[in-house]
Design a binder for this molecule. Structure first.
Ligand code: GLA
Length: 402
């Protein structure tokens, strides 16, 4: 049901136009955010959509959960097994959401996943239909939250989809915007009421400056962009467009530039390392989107690199930002607990490039300890700058500290 998504675009643009021209929506202070009990660091796991799309079923999720353990992904920190769209069946006579034939017993599947030391996530929409045209949660929010809790669900991705059509009934763009906030708040309250800790992931494609209000409607993460694909150009557009959003993220509430494509085959290893490095610097959720039963050693090495994951999961929870650019070269830095910084030197050019990495640009004067994260090598004490030669679309990821 892509139609609702596409048809919604012009309306969303109108909303944004009004937002920008009137400054009406976001003038007030942000609601206070309580200390993080859920998603204290960016959620890590797997999501079915990027690789399996509509083909996901019970057997797939079980096989992926097995592989999550056998590949070392679980022990590297990936715990959520998230079923995206297309699991939904019809509602019962009493309105209870049921699974379709691909998922004969969701509670049994959740038990299986939990038995592996993993958690399980599910997907719905505040609208009557999901983006793929399945049953959404509209007017069944409390009932659905209770059903998820009964099944043992630990994570909900809530995707705007056909709720955009409901918003069109609002008399003004401001009222439509408020309807969206209310819809997201409604499901948040329903989830809280279950008493089960359920990570709440907002998906509305990054419109209406969601980073400004995502936490105030209870979101633990919110998509900041449209959908990623397994192409360098799309990943690059999404990843490097995140500059300026750092101040909106923190423990319990994260910017989400969409799921990972690492291992799906459409990018070169250097490009996938760029993808992983940038997402770690962005304190992004790390939701692998590949077939975990078919991982090459290189894919496993990229996804499970302990030092890169430690940057993503740094307990300080401060998102990184762009600090320097020169042509296609960019430097992004992220403050880490303990005073060091993670630093990504990126080459967006398709061919190799050389740069003298100036430490002053990332806030260090005098000698610094430098470690090359992907090489797993200490480079010793350096002063002034560091000469870096990068492959096309490549990255050097450093840890720099006094
Ligand atoms: C939207 C979302 C995707 C995915 C699909 C499922 O496009 O942005 O991440 O969930 O819907 O239909």
């Amino acid at each position: 049901m892509k139609f609702s998504f596409e048809r919604g675009l012009s309306f969303r643009r109108a909303l944004i136009a009004v937002t920008l021209s009137s400054g009406l929506f976001f003038a007030g202070p942000r609601a206070a955010v309580p200390p993080a009990q859920i998603a204290a660091t960016p959620p890590m796991g797997w999501n079915s959509w990027n690789h399996f799309a509509r083909r996901v079923d019970d057997a797939t999720v079980r096989a992926q959960a097995d592989a999550m353990v056998s590949t070392g992904m679980r022990d590297a920190g990936y715990v959520y097994m998230n079923i995206d769209d297309t699991w939904e069946g019809q509602r019962s006579a009493t309105g209870e959401i049921q699974t379709n034939e691909k998922f004969p017993d969701m509670k049994a599947l959740a038990d299986y996943v939990h038995g592996k030391g993993l958690k399980i996530g599910i997907y719905s929409s505040p609208g009557p239909k999901t983006c793929a045209g399945f049953e959404g949660s509209y007017q069944h929010e409390e009932q659905d939250a209770q059903t998820y809790a009964k099944w043992g669900i630990d994570y909900l991705k809530y995707d705007l989809c056909s709720y955009l059509d409901i918003m069109k009934t609002a008399p003004t763009p401001e009222a439509a915007h408020q309807m969206m906030l209310d819809a997201y708040t409604k499901m948040h309250n329903a989830l809280v009421k279950t008493g089960r800790p359920i990570v709440y992931s907002l998906c509305q494609y990054g419109d209406d400056a969601v980073w400004e209000w995502g936490a105030s409607v209870g979101g633990n993460l919110w998509r900041t962009t449209g959908d990623i694909t397994d192409r360098y150009a799309r990943m690059e557009t999404i990843g490097f467009s995140q500059a300026g959003l750092a101040k909106f993220a923190g423990p319990g509430h994260w910017n989400d530039p969409d799921m990972l494509e690492i291992g799906n085959g459409g990018m070169k290893p250097d490009e996938y390392r760029t993808h992983m490095s940038l997402w770690a610097l962005l304190a992004a959720p790390l939701l692998s989107g590949n077939d975990l039963t078919q991982m090459s050693p290189e894919t496993t090495a990229i996804l499970t690199n302990k030092e890169v994951i430690a940057i993503d999961q740094d307990p300080l929870g401060k998102q990184g930002d762009r600090v320097w650019t020169e042509g296609p070269m960019e430097i992004w830095a992220r403050p880490l607990s303990g005073g060091a910084k993670a630093v990504g030197v990126f080459n967006r050019h398709p061919g190799p490039m050389h740069v003298e990495m100036p430490f002053a640009e990332i806030g260090f004067k005098g000698p610094v300890h430098v470690r090359d994260v992907w090489a797993g090598k200490d480079l010793g004490i350096l002063d002034g700058s560091y000469p870096v030669t990068l492959p096309g679309h490549g990255v050097v990821l450093l840890k720099v500290g006094k």
